[in-house]
Design a protein around this ligand. Structure first.
Ligand SMILES: [Zn+2]
Length: 348
């Protein structure tokens, strides 16, 4: 719709408002009033104009037999006219929708064809509100979702309803399509991420794996991954995560037999998972943990040495740049000249 057209509609709307209502209000209150007004207007458009027209058009097609039973191709028979439902919308209140219920004599099923065409699986909410509730309910606690939806959208949804929609199969996203890349990802990484559980004070470790190939220099000292894809699970054990990671690897064109680089923090469960999914992977300890490990060993090996800090700094510098051979070559003469050093590189 053009802005000019909207402005000309806003003008009589403004005339219809009582101006004195706004006089003593802050901008915050005015915005809240307007949000409610626009929500009412949107519901009115849906309930009184758009949906009745749309449904009438669908039902004309049913009666003209251009919309047939999608199971068997039979012509629908009218069963009951003007069946009323009251779904709640994204704009807050419930709206009234009347549709005809049809009967398929072959399948012996009853269906409101308009619901099917409009993709209205639940009579409690419109599809868009159901998605918003499911999405927010998956991200926040049910009580917080309920409070936020009321504050942000003026939609009242109980904690219980949020829980039901967050767990509803129909709200789950469709599986991703196969996406074999010309050059499948060559780096895989996995880690555990602590998140707050739904029960008070409980923490859960989410399992996350990521696949990528392209890393570019970003801002100072930061490298950015260009093509990451992720897979995550609420699985308790790393071995329960194996099938999810394998599935995502296959989706991206990896068989599991490739010599990918597998980066981890060194946790035993992650290496075990790696062994099962990518048995030929090159194991890599992540930068943070390799620096910690090397730092610890240098502190042990050069305890009491004046050169300890200098050596640590040099070695970390090499590690950061991925110059592992240089780090080893640097340490060899140092190692030979300093007593008490052992086992730095056997630590992995
Ligand atoms: Zn049928």
């Amino acid at each position: 719709m053009e802005q000019d057209q909207l402005d000309s509609i806003a003008s009589p709307l403004f005339e219809a408002m009582t101006l004195s209502n706004w006089n003593n209000l802050s901008l915050d209150s005015i915005e809240a009033h307007l949000q409610r007004l626009l929500a009412q207007l949107a519901n009115s458009l849906l309930e009184n104009f758009i949906l009745p027209n749309r449904i009438a058009e669908i039902q004309r097609q049913v009666e003209a037999a251009s919309l047939l039973c999608c199971e068997c191709g039979s012509k629908w028979q009218t069963h009951k006219l003007n069946q009323l439902i009251h779904p709640k919308t994204l704009f807050g209140n419930r709206i009234a929708i009347f549709r005809t219920q049809y009967y398929c004599p072959t399948c012996q099923t009853y269906l409101s064809v308009a619901d099917q065409v409009l993709e209205l699986p639940s009579h409690q909410m419109t599809p868009r509100l159901a998605s918003v509730v499911a999405f927010c309910g998956a991200s926040w606690s049910y009580a917080l979702t309920s409070a936020f939806l009321e504050f942000l959208l003026g939609v009242e949804v109980s904690d219980k309803t949020v829980e039901r929609f967050a767990k509803d199969e129909q709200q789950m996203p469709a599986p991703l399509p196969q996406e074999p890349l010309k050059e499948p990802p060559c780096i895989v990484t996995a880690d555990g991420v602590l998140i707050r559980g739904r029960k008070k004070d409980s923490l859960l470790e989410m399992k996350v794996a990521s696949f990528f190939s392209q890393v570019v220099e970003g801002s100072h000292n930061r490298r950015q991954v260009q093509d990451a894809s992720f897979v995550a699970s609420a699985a308790q054990e790393w071995r329960e995560f194996v099938s999810c990671v394998s599935e995502e690897a296959n989706r991206q064109g990896l068989s599991g037999w490739e010599e990918v680089e597998f980066v981890s923090d060194g946790a035993e469960g992650i290496w075990q998972m790696q062994e099962m999914v990518f048995p030929r992977a090159k194991k890599r300890l992540d930068l943070y943990h390799s620096k910690c490990k090397v730092g610890e060993r240098i502190k042990q090996a050069y305890r009491g040495s004046a050169k300890k800090e200098e050596i640590e700094e040099r070695v970390e510098g090499y590690i950061e740049k991925g110059m592992i051979d240089e780090a080893i070559n640097y340490l060899k003469p140092v190692h030979n000249s300093e007593a008490g050093f052992s086992g730095l590189f056997e630590a992995g």
